[in-house]
Design a protein around this ligand. Structure first.
Ligand SMILES: NC(=O)c1ccc[n+]([C@@H]2O[C@H](COP(=O)([O-])OP(=O)(O)OC[C@H]3O[C@@H](n4cnc5c(N)ncnc54)[C@H](OP(=O)(O)O)[C@@H]3O)[C@@H](O)[C@H]2O)c1
Length: 290
């Protein structure tokens, strides 16, 4: 990964050009096929990684509606196109939502993947209802903290999981109780209605066995390997959704939702920040413009 000069992108039909102020990155994206190839499977290197952004619209492509030049926006970039760890990106307008003036660009860039993943997993795929019990794996992580907060706001009972060191953070983000996956037995948790899996493997298999009749296993770490005996198993990849981004950012503004930002680094320091040698807690955000 290197910092280098690239030509400025041009806006295709329905695109906007965004001057990026802050950008977010998922640690696993170097393993995704979409980082290295286009939709037809052709090599697209050198690739620009990063798929979350907050910035200002500077140009509109032919036929683009719904956004205007000078507008503050945030959103989720297409997996197969050049990403957001850059000064400018060309992105379809429908992938973006308005970023209110009182929400910092760094905060806006931290929300799209973790916020939309939690939103879609809980409400669209998991059909969460008040009074249900949610097992939120990795509850101190980027997705897990959003899952925990949104589930709790909905009136669910939230059991967070993670490593021993994550207990306080998971409880602080709203988990009612915490299961230390390194020392506690998952089977002692009892029945749950919804498992939100960000870990996979044995943790997923053991969790599937806890799901009550009619419950759901939702996974974001690839095809599900375990199914509840009487319930649904869903794996999905997060999608851009302007309306849901609006719901999420409104919750940030009124204090119902807190972001989980660990480090904020400059674009000059991005390569080091995105390839850490020690364990990081929370999302790393790159502040592209000071
Ligand atoms: N399908 C999708 O649309 C989608 C969207 C977003 C994310 N994801 C995927 O979801 C996963 C989580 O993403 P994230 O951004 O939330 O990552 P994250 O911030 O690193 O959170 C994951 C949390 O789970 C913990 N954890 C992982 N394995 C564990 C284990 N075996 N035992 C106990 N704790 C464990 C991590 O602790 P450590 O840091 O100590 O490992 C961390 O606290 C990633 O694989 C990501 O690629 C998928």
């Amino acid at each position: 990964m290197t910092l280098t000069e690239r030509p400025e992108p041009s806006a295709a039909i329905n695109d906007v050009i965004v001057e990026i102020h802050a950008s977010g990155f998922v640690p696993t994206e170097m393993e995704w096929p979409s980082t290295w190839t286009d939709r037809a499977g052709r090599d697209k290197t050198p690739s620009i990684p990063g798929h979350e952004l907050a910035g200002v619209v500077t140009a509109l492509g032919y036929g683009t509606t719904g956004l205007s030049v000078g507008q503050r926006v945030f959103g989720l970039a297409d997996w197969h196109r050049d990403g957001t760890l850059a000064e400018y990106v060309a992105i379809e307008a429908r992938n973006l939502a308005a970023l209110p003036g009182d929400v910092a660009f760094t905060v806006g860039a931290s929300l799209p993947i973790s916020g939309l993943t939690a939103w879609q997993g809980l409400f669209q795929h998991g059909r969460l209802q008040a009074g249900q019990t949610v097992l939120a794996h990795g509850a101190a992580g980027a997705v897990g903290t959003m899952v925990t907060q949104l589930a709790r706001e909905t009136g669910a009972y939230v059991i967070g999981t993670g490593r021993a060191a994550d207990r306080e953070k998971a409880l602080d983000f709203g988990a009612h109780e915490f299961v230390d996956l390194e020392n506690d037995a998952l089977k002692d948790v009892g029945g749950v209605d919804l498992v939100f899996d960000v870990i996979g493997g044995d943790v997923q298999k053991q969790s599937a066995a806890l799901i009550r009749a009619g419950g759901t296993l939702v996974s974001v770490v690839g095809p599900v390997e375990a199914r509840p005996t009487d319930g649904l198993a869903v794996d999905f990849v997060v999608e851009a959704d302007r309306a849901a981004l609006g719901e999420i950012v409104q919750r940030v503004r009124d204090g119902r939702l807190r972001t989980n930002i660990g480090d904020v680094a400059s674009l000059d320091d991005a390569v080091g920040a995105l390839n850490p040698t020690t364990r990081r807690s929370g999302k790393t955000i790159i502040r592209v413009r000071p």
